[in-house]
Design a protein around this ligand. Sequence first.
Ligand SMILES: Cc1ncc(COP(=O)(O)O)c(C=O)c1O
Length: 373
Amino acid sequence: MSAAPAIPFFNYPALFERDEENLIGVLRDVLRRGAFILQKDLAEFEAMLRDYLGVKYVIGVADGTNALILGLKALGVGPGDEVIVPPHTYIASAASIHLVGAIPVLAEIGPDHMLDPRSVEPLVGARTVAIMAVQLNGRTCDMDALGAIAERHGLAIVEDAAQALGSRHNGRHAGTFGAFGTFSFYPAKTLGGFGDGGALVTDDDDIARQVALLRDHGRDPSGRVVAWGTNCRLDNVQAAVLGYKLRTYDRDIARRREIAAMYDAALAGLDDLTLPPAPDADPNHFDVYQNYELEAGRRDELRQFLADSGIGTLIQWGGTPVHGHAELGFDVALPITERFFERCFMLPMHTALGDDEVRRICELIHAFYRGQE
Ligand SMILES: Cc1ncc(COP(=O)(O)O)c(C=O)c1O
């Protein structure tokens, strides 16, 4: 048993502590103004994110799940429609499709853990209206291939970019490829708030107008109710925190990429592991490493060994792909995804993680495999 301090999978207190004074200052400013709902901090954050992504509209909403629901509604997706989505995603992606009355149709994942374009096209049928590209782990799908399929069949592309703010494919930002893209600001996300938060981004005037109405009781800017809507606003206090963090976001991404490169260099020689694409592996992809998700043949033993040494790891979605939730009525076999879920897990990845901690995690993984020789 190592005497070194534990390294938790994620470390909220460390992330807060290292910038505590400034963060409290941001909160104090909002609280002193009593500026809670649809105030200037929200408008400023939306404008900053618009500039950051180079997109026409950003609408802050309650969370990433509701961003998807509102976006699908605005796009007109509803009963009788099918939307193709990967099984390696949070249940929220598929749930948003179900909750607007449509059917989530599950395709396989490819070697990069993302929706595999080759498995998408055979699933396109008369009722298919959209492909939901899930930009997972801070990486953007092969949008050229998905875009070509969408074009051939007259489908919309929508992006669940909850895990991929700042990620790019061919220089273009995740979230900006299709009819709309959505982001989550859940506290553990690369841009995380102090609670739930989300945003929908789009270049489409009509989708933007509808989502803005939907998120605020159908009220137009004058306060007149002009449509049915709900309450789904991004809190002003969250927007202030997110706006503050967005100013230095590129530095956070650079640190995540550094950590990924360290993992990659240290673990590359271990035959039992399959590592995620390295930061500089493909010039067409810029990944922001929301997660460092890898595969191991001896996953459960390795995780136990790391846990015994005080290292936290996690299996995404509690280890269950979307179609594995028996109560939801899926009847589909997806062998590639199922094999992946027997092997996948994630190592610690956040911006308060020190080089010494990354090195220790890697040394322990090497020690585990040495012990197996
Ligand atoms: C891929 C994916 N989609 C959707 C969501 C939902 O976002 P939120 O938790 O903000 O509702 C998440 C967040 O965990 C996610 O990782």
